[in-house]
Ligand binder design. Structure first.
Ligand code: SAM
Ligand code: SF4
Length: 331
């Protein structure tokens, strides 16, 4: 039997996980991401369409040949694509792909989660920065929190592993933490606090809202939350459990020193560009090769490019690379 290749970079990191963005477009206006809503970059001229299902399939086949075991579909807002169920199906039917996840703002979750699950969705990440409906609407520009929570209940009933992403924001952090803790007592989701990251577009917002995850983490430990051992191929999240809570809490702290050493993921944008890091200067264009439909050729190209992956994102030094906001590469 042929030995399974695992893509590895020059720093010994192995890549099991592909984050595939399926659109840049989003209908929300999150303060830290697209505060003025999505607008097409007119200077970019006529843009090719986003990756088709067939092209996405070629990308997933190529990465699966390089050892990818998990695919996450993200965006922009992936559920704005009417063919998202087909994209999920393409991922779940790719030989070698063992887990299919979607990251979504969840605005139409109750109406779509059954179809996603039937098409092979294993894991769902929904972004909720606050459980207070008015505050949620202030942050995102949308009054959809109750509907999103209904969708999460349905996902749990269907047995879809569900995580909730919450960006840590300094103002009102304690009140939000208490609301989340109350919810986690009975709700079996993993809540993942993500430190706000600086991007090209949000410098001022970052300066006034960034909160270190370390303070929250100390508070959790002091109140009996226990760190779970991390599997060897785990990504950078640290996950905590507590005997009195049905849910778990994870922390993603990109400003901590060793964050990049556990990097296990690569990203491809909806335009077919390979991003070796969330904060790379530029995406490496794979589109021509993707269009050939030849997954072996594409795998060879990705293998050649992986050597260019930097050891760190250099976020601590204020580097944001070419990343204006995370809607382009899906976070
Ligand atoms: N629209 C979908 C959503 O919001 O879940 C998927 C794309 S969004 C870019 C993916 C994740 O990135 C979300 O959880 C969002 O909160 C997070 N995110 C966006 N901008 C961020 C930033 N500057 N710092 C930290 N997380 C960010
Ligand atoms: Fe849209 Fe997600 Fe960005 Fe919010 S974080 S504006 S939902 S892409």
């Amino acid at each position: 039997m042929r030995q399974q290749e695992i893509l590895q970079d020059g720093h010994g990191r192995r890549f099991y996980y592909l984050r595939l963005s399926v659109t840049d477009v989003c209908n929300f206006r999150c303060d830290y991401c697209l505060p003025d809503g999505y607008t097409q970059d007119k200077s970019a001229g006529q843009r090719p369409p986003d990756l088709s299902v067939a092209e996405a399939r070629t990308v997933m086949h190529a990465f699966a040949r390089l050892g990818t075991r998990k695919v996450r579909l993200s965006g922009g807002e992936p559920s704005l694509r009417k063919d998202l169920p087909e994209l999920i199906q393409a991922a779940s039917s790719t030989p070698g792909i063992q887990r299919v996840a979607v990251t979504s703002n969840g605005y139409k979750l109750p109406g779509v989660i059954d179809t996603w699950q039937q098409n092979g969705l294993d894991q769902l990440n929904i972004s909720i920065d606050s459980l207070d409906p008015a505050e949620f609407a202030r942050i995102t520009g949308h009054h959809s929190l109750p509907k999103i929570l209904t969708g999460i209940d349905r996902a749990l009933a269907l047995g879809v592993q569900t995580k909730v992403n919450a960006v840590l924001l300094s103002d009102g952090a304690q009140a939000r933490l208490q609301q989340f803790l109350h919810w986690l007592k009975t709700t079996p989701v993993t809540l993942r606090f993500i430190e706000l990251m600086q991007t090209g577009d949000n410098r001022e917002y970052f300066a006034s809202n960034h909160l270190r995850g370390a303070a929250i983490e100390r508070q959790l430990i002091e109140t009996g939350w226990q760190l779970l051992p991390r599997p060897i191929d785990a990504g950078p999240a640290r996950e905590y459990v507590h005997p009195d809570y049905a849910g778990r809490i994870g922390l993603i702290t990109p400003y901590s020193n060793d964050f990049c050493t556990s990097c296990n993921r690569l990203r491809v944008s909806a335009q077919g560009k390979l991003h070796l890091c969330l904060f790379s200067d530029t995406g490496l264009d794979l589109r021509q090769t993707i269009r050939t439909g030849d997954a072996d050729l594409l795998a060879e190209k990705v293998r050649d490019l992986i050597g260019n992956k930097e050891v760190s994102h250099y976020l601590q030094q204020g580097n944001t690379g070419g990343t204006q906001n995370l809607s382009i590469i899906g976070g």
